[in-house]
Design a protein around this ligand. Structure first.
Ligand code: NAD
Length: 493
């Protein structure tokens, strides 16, 4: 793949072969400079057909179907090792396509390798159950792959999201068709190359590039796809859920968020401020778990806000390639325009821009999709900027009076992905953590993630849980087996 002439659109991967589509290709643009990175081939519905056929055949081959878990684990470990070896290439793919800073891209490449190592270990060690029987028979549960799994991913963190789907789906014994975002196609293509290099049989991991409405939709609707694992926006997730319901196939949906980050008056304000900043401005706010609604107890509201504004003003916005840049551009020029519309709606609804709210000035920012860290105040919980996922570096700050008021406001959201609580009172921390309608709660910390802990959302933030040992079971269906031990039922010898 990497040896292609620059004029050819980048090919996608079906059955171990690289296929280019010169008739239909899309642009990959660097959001830090506005320059064309390369063109990428679009996989048509005919290519989807070919990929599903290849994946079905490969999944049914004894070479994969009967591969023992400890051998499958060795392939996953080799993939992990190659991800480490080619970490810079992977990080660069992501950096030039979504504009995240180099440090974050490198960390995410490391995390992708760790995910493959983790699922290698789970693959080799996960056991099934012998359950209490009600007669003279053995009752057990075995877990089997679905066959062909479609994995569809967003642009904000392709390195981690793709590993998070591909590693457990392969560990579970499936063949996978990976459809990355049209904004970030290359990390998935490189992962496909690495998987082949690691000895994964051809056809077990296929990578199709193209947009959601055509390539993605054709994939979800294909009768040969038996399970869909999706991460992306809530509207796309709902559309995919509906298609899957028609076909009666399972889906896992990791969707958007509008996570409340909560500071009580007894909190360590310095530590809270550091984490609030990391929670919303890291990755230019393009994180599903971004703490984008900040609730501060009224008695410390002004003090915390002063600290927050002062420290946020010092964030170094700059080119993703610069080692001291803390925030790069947002992922595309269209996405920046969308963020700007939210700022307009916020001021029209009575909000005040307390910091940022515009593009940075200076020649070095002119060609990229940069936007300043932004803090909005004066909005209530019903304002558009507070209710909708902006997915950019925009923090809305709201005061609250007491615990009851806080819980009411924090839960008054369509989303339920994550939340954070800052307090010195451990009983309150526990009460509030239990009362919040979110799939993740951080107490006196924020955005800590571990591959061993299940991850997913309540309400419109999704269905199903990725990560953890149970994340492998997401890609398997259970089978109950009843095996008689009654000698009378054996043929007479
Ligand atoms: P998106 O929904 O626009 O696209 C995600 C993927 O789905 C892309 O590959 C796209 O091509 C594909 N797609 C879109 N419509 C489709 C359809 N009808 N059928 C099949 N495929 C389709 O999301 P995005 O803009 O790439 O990513 C940002 C969103 O992802 C945000 O809402 C963010 O919160 C969410 N996200 C969630 C998590 C999580 O774990 N909960 C993690 C990261 C991002």
């Amino acid at each position: 793949m990497s040896q292609l002439p620059a004029t050819e659109p980048r090919p996608f991967l079906i059955n171990g072969k690289w296929i280019s589509n010169p008739e239909d290709a899309f642009d990959s643009v660097n959001p830090a400079s506005g320059e064309l990175n390369y063109r990428v081939s679009v996989a048509t519905s005919k290519h989807v057909e070919d990929a599903v056929a290849a994946a079905r055949t490969a999944a049914a081959q004894p070479a994969w179907k009967d591969m023992l878990p400890h051998v499958r684990a060795q392939i996953l470990m080799r993939i992990a090792a190659l991800i480490v070896e080619r970490g810079d290439e992977l990080a660069k793919c992501q950096m030039i396509e979504n504009g995240k800073v180099w440090k974050e891209c490198k960390a995410q490449a490391g995390s992708a390798a760790a995910t493959f190592r983790y699922y290698a270990a789970v693959c080799e060690t996960l056991t099934s159950e012998v359950t209490p029987s009600r007669g003279n028979y053995l009752t057990m549960t075995s877990y089997e792959p679905y066959g062909v799994v479609a994995a569809i991913t967003p642009w904000n963190s392709p390195l981690t999201m793709e590993a998070q789907k591909v590693a457990p789906a392969l560990a579970a014994g499936n063949a996978v068709i990976l459809k990355p975002s049209e904004v970030t196609p290359s990390a998935a293509l490189l992962l496909g190359e690495i998987a082949l290099q690691a000895g994964l049989p051809p056809g077990i991991l296929n990578v199709l590039t193209g947009n959601g409405a055509t390539t993605g939709k054709a994939l979800v609707q294909h009768p040969g796809v038996r399970m869909v694992s999706f991460t992306g926006g809530t509207a796309s997730g709902r559309a995919i859920g509906m298609m899957a319901a028609e076909r009666l196939i399972p889906v896992a949906l990791e969707l958007g968020g509008k996570s409340p980050h909560i500071v009580f008056e007894d909190a360590n304000l310095d530590a809270a401020v550091e984490n609030i900043i990391g929670g919303i401005f890291e990755g230019s706010g393009q994180s599903c778990v971004a703490g984008s609604r900040l609730f501060v107890q009224r008695s410390v509201h002004d003090k915390l806000l002063d600290l927050l504004i002062e420290r946020s003003r010092a964030i170094k916005v700059g080119a993703p390639t610069e080692t001291d840049s803390e925030m790069g551009p947002v992922s595309s020029f269209a996405h920046r325009s969308r963020i700007e519309q939210f700022i307009e709606s916020a001021t029209a609804e009575g909000g005040k821009v307390l910091l940022g709210g515009k593009r940075p000035e200076g020649i070095e920012f002119e060609r990229g999709a940069y936007f300043l860290p932004t803090i909005l105040g004066g909005l209530d919980n019903q304002a558009t900027a507070v209710r909708e996922e902006i997915f950019g570096p925009v923090l809305c700050v709201l005061p609250f009076d007491d615990e009851a008021d806080l819980i009411k406001q924090a839960n008054d959201s369509a989303f339920g992905l994550a939340s954070g609580i800052w307090t010195a009172n451990y009983q309150r921390a526990w009460r509030v953590a239990r009362a919040l309608e979110t799939g993740l709660v951080w107490i006196n910390t924020y955005k800590q993630l571990s591959i061993s802990t299940p991850f997913g959302g309540f309400k419109d933030s999704g269905i199903g849980r990725e990560k953890g040992a149970s994340g492998l079971r997401l890609y398997q269906q259970s089978k109950g087996i009843y095996w008689s031990m009654d000698a009378a039922n054996f043929p007479a010898s």
